[in-house]
Design a protein around this ligand. Structure first.
Ligand code: 8YV
Length: 327
């Protein structure tokens, strides 16, 4: 019997491809070309499933052109590249990869807090440029991390992981703002207190953004919010491009309205607002918060297992919707 056909939209681990090939005819983009919307639509012809990353947009035009599609499994916990209501209406299951990346991403969030507060990359650039000729008492003096106040916006699993690291490992006072308040038990475990967004911005020494992207969370941090922060404060964004108004942030950094920022995600990435490249007080990384081999492999395997479970047994492991029956 002919195996069902699927598309793996980007390059992936050979073991994940081998796993998928046991069940499917796999068309894989091992060349890792980023497919345009038209190319993706075309390449999906005849495919019942797809494994995507955050770079592929699944919208109603693509779904209409591919009525045979049954599942799209995102290799990411975030899924703002999916139009989930359109997928539900088109009878297409959407899945993501929660949990497997939580601790790794929290580690990286904390790494950015440390690097930003203690000016790790800024001082390295100085050293590499041959500018280090003598020691001086205030050279690259940064902000304290231990014992300071960390404000987390978005207190899901990754936010909670960062809170635990801050409170238990670094003796930080942790405050957070979220759509809904955590249970008293979770608040106690994370040693975190709920505050308004305004209070968080006014009082935190280090603000960390871990909120999912949506129309409501667009520009959660803009000129107004940056204006509320302390001039000594730092801002870290490991959530999504678009959560921060990058143009407003570049201005605030240039004017030293806040001390520094650490960014792993950007509006319009992989392109960057050129103003961000001009300011020294920002740590910039190319969307790598989940990038360890173990975690990326776990994400790929979970995405693959969603495809296998749904297409062979009719139920996915980590579904995001309950698709309507196919017309
Ligand atoms: C991914 C991420 O690397 O999981 C997410 O939401 O942002 C990252 O872990 C990226 O989205 C590629 O799919």
């Amino acid at each position: 019997m002919k195996k069902p056909a699927i598309l793996v939209a980007r390059a992936i681990f050979p073991e994940t491809l081998a796993h998928l090939s046991q069940h499917f005819e796999v068309d894989s983009n091992q060349a890792d070309d980023v497919l345009s919307a038209a190319e993706l639509t075309q390449r999906l012809q005849g495919k019942v499933g797809a494994l995507t990353t955050g770079s592929e947009r699944i919208d109603s035009a693509l779904l209409q052109a591919n009525p045979q599609l049954k599942i799209v499994a995102n290799m990411a916990v975030g899924f703002n590249n999916f139009d989930v209501p359109a997928m539900t209406a088109a009878g297409v299951l959407a899945s993501n990869t929660p949990d497997v990346l939580t601790e790794t991403t929290a580690d990286f969030g904390f790494a950015l807090v440390m690097a930003t507060a203690r000016r790790v990359t800024e001082s390295e650039h100085f050293l590499r440029a041959g500018k280090w000729t003598k020691w001086s008492y205030d050279m690259f003096a940064g902000a304290e991390v231990h014992g300071s106040t960390m404000g987390i916006i978005g207190m899901g699993r990754i936010g909670q992981g960062i809170a635990r690291r801050g409170a238990l490992g670094f003796g930080m006072k942790v405050i957070y703002h979220n759509r809904s308040q955590l249970s008293p038990q979770l608040e106690a475990e994370c040693k975190a207190s709920y505050v308004s967004k305004e209070e968080l911005l006014k009082t935190a020494d280090h603000v960390v953004l871990v909120v999912p992207y949506s129309a409501e969370s667009h520009h959660t941090i803009g000129a107004k919010e940056l204006g509320l922060m302390k001039p000594t404060a730092t801002l870290v964004n490991i959530a999504r491009g678009g959560i921060v108004d990058d143009a407003a942030l570049a201005k605030a950094l240039a004017a030293r309205q806040i001390a520094a920022a650490g960014l792993d995600v950007f509006e319009g990435e992989p392109a960057l607002n050129p103003e961000l490249l001009k300011v020294p007080n920002v740590v910039l990384t190319p969307h790598i918060a989940s990038s360890t081999i173990q975690t990326r492999l776990a994400m790929a395997q979970l995405a693959a297992d969603n495809l296998i479970a749904y297409l062979t047994k009719g139920s996915a492991l980590t579904p995001l919707n309950q698709p309507q029956a196919k017309a």
